[in-house]
Design a protein around this ligand. Sequence first.
Ligand SMILES: *Cc1c(COP(=O)(O)O)cnc(C)c1O
Length: 387
Amino acid sequence: MSDSSLERWQDAGFATRAIHAGQDPEPRTGAVAVPVFQTSTFAQPAVGEHLGWDYARSGNPTRDALEESLASLEVGRYGSAFASGSAAQDAVLRTLRPGDHVIIAPDVYGGTYRQFKRVHEPWGMAFTPVDLSDLDAVAAAWRPETRMIWVETPTNPLLNVFDIEALSAFAHERGARVVVDNTFATPYLQQPLELGADAVVHSATKYLGGHSDVVSGGFVTRDEELAEQVAFNQNSMGAVPGPWDVFLVLRGIKTLGLRMDRACDNAQQCVEVLRSSDVVTEVLYPGLASHPGHEVATKQMRDYGAMISFRVGDEGLARRICASFEVFTLGESLGAVESLVEHPGAMTHMSVAGSPLEVPADLIRLSVGIEDAADLTADLQQALGTT
Ligand SMILES: *Cc1c(COP(=O)(O)O)cnc(C)c1O
């Protein structure tokens, strides 16, 4: 929660901040890599005095580095790191109270919807999925007790795009906050706080970590009051990441921009293969001029991301195609160096089956990694040849 390193690096470019912000050499030894402070407690010089850390759930220097790094990348002031993206979301939601109402994107990560509907709703909060590209629909769903709009953009798995600037202005006029799940875009492609959003959450398990080797989460804001509430929840509920996990996320963050550039280029080439295939009935990718969110994506994102969803018209065919890749790995999760393919209806989004957020059964989702483009496009072509 300190901001000394934030100030020092605030005028630097994204790649420089990704490598340095929060990660100045360790003052005692000069260690260039952030040390893993594998300790649960810290010796105190006198009763009631400490050197900045007393107990590692409340704070750990390795975690401080990630929190500053996240705050810097999202151009925020306060960062909090969590044991997972789900834990970060929970800590934010629990700043609300029973009776409060939240408007959510019409499709979100399945686990997000499950947490909102089955953990928070039974405790008295209410959630309404609304098409956030239609401000009249948002106005119609608005209640006196609406406190927050929860935006995922692009969404998981349908790649819908919503206008963060317009939604933030709309919510602020009505005294509510906007929280953006920036997992798919990453701060390299999209900076919601710069567009007026109040807070950002991340599943750092995905692009920030970037190597499929850690589960972690993050939260960033400029709003001191919200930052204090979330930090209080982080310490009180205790869903904190351990120092090794933090180390892995910091290590991943250093190459975030490079990885995103490469993955976006690879995704573009995969999109071309999908568009020219006759088994594909629809390609969902914000980079396509035909995508309903294309204009907004062009306005608020640096590039269109490396997640692609597509439909093939038939569930059985979708399942067979998913199973026949050789370079893409069949698996849940996303955002890592290796390309992944999955069937959302039966894998990541099973928890929304039967809900208003149910995803089409013929949908396939690709997380395009940073392998050689030619190997990815050949594999995609090969898999699409499956009948
Ligand atoms: C994975 C994911 C989450 C949940 O994060 P975990 O780290 O798995 O808890 C939240 N939002 C989005 C968009 C995700 O993809």
